[in-house]
Design a protein around this ligand. Structure first.
Ligand SMILES: *Cc1c(COP(=O)(O)O)cnc(C)c1O
Length: 390
């Protein structure tokens, strides 16, 4: 460990400096563990930011990817794709919606959702989103992400968005005008700190959308694919959105995004109206088809059980530096009081062989893979307790 510190990390100036990176490079992964260039082993409690839900080098996923890679990398969306069809059927069955469009990332999925809503709106174009929301970095989804720090220097934003406080239904109602076509929300705000809304929030927003003939777009890019202990986080409520966007965990680490929508919206997306060269790439789709098969009731139950255990154990530490512990399933935020820096905790965890994330103001973000065991949770707790009590 101390050797690690003395190692001088030389980073090529050829790389743009838009990321602040830890001085660690991982070169191998196996299950819930990562290994760096020195062979040091780390417990992965971040999953590449809610991406590698089934861990690293999962045998079934790796086999499916290898098999597809040896057959065909890419042909474009000018041709039939039975892999995409199978995956689309699975997503339709899980969501209760009708049609699927594939792209490569979360921001692209949200761009498509914005376009789909406008197309359906036939002149209505404005979308209400929540302050603190995160929907991506390209101009449309950036404009949907109501956070000044993301906008700095990138004005003018795409017109047609209005912003309301999260977890405030009345604010949405007051913001509706003749141009409004949709409401777009994360069911739990991920990037801004694992903010869980009150229980009826999504239900009430859905009611409001139905009353005003607005689409309800749910951004499940981070919360989806089993992360919260349901296939989609909105399924904790008794609602059906009109559009769902997915990416992160969908293909366990290969770039794949998806938009699932109702047939009433799909109706307007005629040939040529939208598209993507790489979207639904055969290798990413082969991986996602295995992911969907692995995401069964047993997996969901385990995510809920282990998530509750992790939350309860952190809560019961009764540590004076912890302000709150929140989240659903294996999407957990630990908010610290301002005297303890989350960045410092994450850095010290890393030094002690645990990878965790940060989010929002002062929140440690825990997104362990679904294959985690009780023993690994205990291992995490041991390191975590040691660091916050130091
Ligand atoms: C990560 C994220 C995105 C953006 O996904 P990218 O693949 O990085 O473009 C969008 N929405 C939510 C909720 C996210 O967490």
């Amino acid at each position: 460990m101390s050797n690690q510190k003395q190692l001088q990390f030389e980073t090529s100036s050829a790389l743009l400096k838009n990321y602040s990176r830890y001085e660690v490079e991982f070169v191998n992964g196996e299950g819930a563990y990562l290994f760096d260039t020195n062979g040091k082993k780390y417990l992965d409690f971040l999953s590449g930011i809610a991406v590698t839900g089934f861990g690293h080098n999962h045998p079934l996923i790796t086999d499916a990817v290898k098999e597809q890679a040896e057959k065909l990398f890419h042909v474009s969306n000018l041709f039939q794709s039975s892999g995409q069809e199978t995956l689309a059927e699975k997503l339709v069955n899980h969501s209760g919606l009708d049609n699927v469009f594939f792209c490569n990332s979360g921001t692209e999925a949200n761009e498509a959702a914005i376009k789909f809503a406008r197309k359906w709106g036939q002149g209505r174009f404005s979308i209400i989103t929540a302050i603190g929301g995160f929907h991506g970095r390209t101009m449309g989804s950036l404009s949907a992400s109501a956070q000044y720090k993301l906008w700095d220097g990138f004005a003018p934003l795409t017109p047609g968005f209005s912003y309301v406080p999260f977890n405030d239904v009345e604010a949405i109602e007051n913001s509706i005008d003749d141009n409004t076509v949709a409401v777009m929300l994360e069911p739990i705000q991920g990037e801004s700190g694992i903010n869980v809304p009150s229980e009826d929030y999504l239900n009430e927003v859905k009611e409001l959308c139905s009353k005003h003939n607005l689409l309800f777009i749910i951004d499940e890019v981070q919360t989806g694919m089993g992360r919260t202990g349901k296939m989609f986080a909105f399924q904790w409520e008794n609602i059906k959105p009109d559009i769902i966007t997915l990416a992160k965990g969908l293909a366990n680490g290969l770039p794949l995004g998806a938009v699932i929508c109702t047939k009433e919206i799909g109706y307007f997306l005629t040939p040529g109206s939208h598209g993507s060269t790489f979207g639904g790439n055969p290798i990413a789709v082969a991986s996602a088809n295995v992911v969907l098969d692995l995401l069964d009731e047993e997996c969901f139950e385990k995510n809920i059980l282990l998530g509750e255990k992790l939350k309860e154990e952190i809560y019961s530490l009764n540590n004076k530096n912890i302000k709150s512990v929140r989240g659903k399933g294996l999407m957990i935020g630990v908010e610290f009081k301002s005297n303890l820096s989350t960045k410092k905790v994450a850095a010290e965890l890393l030094e002690n062989g645990v990878v965790a994330g940060t989010a929002g103001e002062n929140v440690l973000r825990l997104l362990p893979p679904f294959i985690i065991t009780e023993e690994e949770i205990e291992l995490f707790l041991k390191e975590f307790t040691y660091i916050i009590n130091k």
